[in-house]
Design a protein around this ligand. Structure first.
Ligand code: IMP
Length: 221
């Protein structure tokens, strides 16, 4: 029987995205639920430090059904906005729960998508994710990035967090991100992550890229 990957997250959106991707690789995914009061998120300078801390915390909360070959997955992500020198980055949760998506749009109100002189995208941003997997006492790390830009209005529907304001750049036929303004084989046609479904989002997702990077370091299930 293939090992179960216990994903420590209270976020159903993240769980759904990871489950779609990891079931394609032959892994079973289950949610590792821990009371929010029993977990803390260190205010660290890097996503990897946060992810490693969450693994160490998860080890104290393993379910009874945790099997000998089972693994623990944690993931930490953030939105890094170029015009704000990478802010909110590791402060993304705080920013989302305080000023929210409309607050981020307000912070960028004075910037247009395209600089008239250099053609650079002044609203450029990227999601970054770090996934950490505990496997037989070792921690393996994977990283993923999704470049794009911040839209000027909310486009909601599905998704969570900053999905309603983030528009990913198009991808080429190998699913590699293209420069701003370039049309590619994979495109959301100007829609935000919030306005597309999770299968479509997974083609671009920083989280899927981090998981791909992580699981490429393991033999398949
Ligand atoms: P976390 O600490 O990894 O849960 O994420 C930090 C913040 O970024 C939270 O406010 C999340 O909602 C947001 N976030 C993380 N990943 C995504 C994503 O894929 N789409 C939108 N927002 C995200």
């Amino acid at each position: 029987m293939s090992p179960t990957v216990w994903f420590l997250t209270g976020n159903e959106g993240k769980l759904a995205e990871a489950s779609i991707h990891l079931s394609n690789l032959g892994y079973r995914v289950k949610q590792l639920m821990v009371d929010e009061e029993e977990l803390y998120e260190p205010q660290a300078e890097s996503l990897e430090v946060v992810a490693r801390s969450k693994i160490n915390q998860a080890l104290n909360h393993l379910p009874e059904q945790f099997g000998n070959n089972d693994m623990i997955l944690v993931e930490d992500a953030g939105l890094f906005i170029k015009a704000l020198d990478g802010f909110p980055g590791v402060y993304s949760s705080f920013v989302h729960s305080t000023i929210g998506n409309l607050g981020v749009i307000r912070l960028l109100n004075h910037l247009s998508t395209e600089d008239p002189v250099s053609s650079a995208n002044l609203r450029a941003a990227e999601f970054r994710a770090v996934a950490a997997l505990w496997c037989n006492g070792e921690i393996i790390i994977g990283e993923g990035i999704c470049p794009g830009h911040i839209g000027d209005e909310l486009m909601e529907g599905n998704g969570f967090g900053f999905d309603p304001i983030f528009i990913p750049y198009d991808l080429d036929e190998h699913k590699n991100p293209l420069p701003a303004g370039t049309y590619g084989d994979y495109s959301t046609h100007g829609k935000t992550f919030g306005a597309i479904d999770s299968v479509a989002k997974n083609k671009f997702s920083h989280r899927v890229r981090a998981l791909e990077n992580l699981f490429s370091q393991l033999p398949s299930a």
